[in-house]
Design a protein around this ligand. Sequence first.
Ligand SMILES: *Cc1c(COP(=O)(O)O)cnc(C)c1O
Length: 395
Amino acid sequence: MSLPRKELFDLPEGVIYLDGNSLGPMPKCVPARLAEVAEQEWAGELIKGWNSCDWMGQPARVGDRVAGFIGAPKGSVTMGDTLSIKVFQALSAALEMRPERKVILSDTGNFPTDLYMAEGLIALKDAGYELRLVEPEKVAEAIDESVAAVMLTEVDYRTGRKHDMVALTEAIHAAGAVSIWDLAHSAGAVEVDLEAAGCEFAVGCTYKYLNGGPGAPAFIYVRPDLIDTVQPALSGWLGHRAPFAFELGYAPGDGIERMRIGTPPVLQLSALEAALSVWEGVSMSEVRAASISLSETFIREVEARCPELTLISPRDALQRGSQVSFAFEHGYAAMQALIARGVIGDFRAPNVMRFGFTPLFLEERDVLAAVDILEEILSTRAWDQPEFMTRSRVT
Ligand SMILES: *Cc1c(COP(=O)(O)O)cnc(C)c1O
């Protein structure tokens, strides 16, 4: 089976879903697997399930599956918590590796929670650390020998601009700093080769392109040569060398296990594990090629037919992730009007209409149909209605 494989997804009739970059749709196999885990494993096995169903091994097992999407070897990725927490963990471990340096470098395109977590860590350490933010284009020149860690998100959530991970990691290492890459908009969207990039840490979430469902756990990667020496700041019992020895003092576990914290989210991990089956038999290079083709069609058609919108994503496909963003003064209302007509994208303040391209369930005719509806909404000003102006809690 090749692309698209829409029949594997449960999508409402008549919806064109251009928001798989924010919350992936549900693969049809997930509910049955969740019911099985609830009814047979949880209800049937009770606490025995930790062993008999290997719930305890789930973070490593699913981590190995996720590793395949990001060019990481088996045993270098574990699952759990949310991405914000994994950012904190990776960053604190990175700072421990360069205790004499006090600068964390990031860019103004980074996702706010990554920056907030850095601020929180700096306040907690209370040791003169500084979070230095530069524009995304200025990162390379800002890396100097004062920098302990460079923390970047490969694909900008707002514009889709994609950093050159290999080149920047090389520059980070040349300055003696540690690299942390956030792959939230990369895993399942673009080809990632962590082994080739050589970065020390990578983190990401699984509810976006990997379709793990709302609240699906995050992942963390540690470069294999560091895995047995990094200091996990969040020293929970399941990252302990021997959790069931119940020792009074913490001793980090072997390998990537030390990046675990507490009890794994078994139901969410089961949903994710089942959801990953939709990728069977397709390579990331095929997905990337199809995503570029869909994105190029979208840009070409929107620019030809919707002059009100301004492209803010890079025009060069190789410098973009798997999303395309347009600025429009009335972007919020226009997006609500689109959603009311079954074309679901999203909006990011102050004026960004964001569209994700996910070739597992989208094809060219969906993109063309979406542009037809967008053109109609703009040319008739159908968005100019009070019902489309009220902002919801989540945009
Ligand atoms: C989606 C996203 C997050 C979300 O973090 P959670 O803790 O899972 O809510 C964080 N960082 C980036 C770059 C993201 O794109």
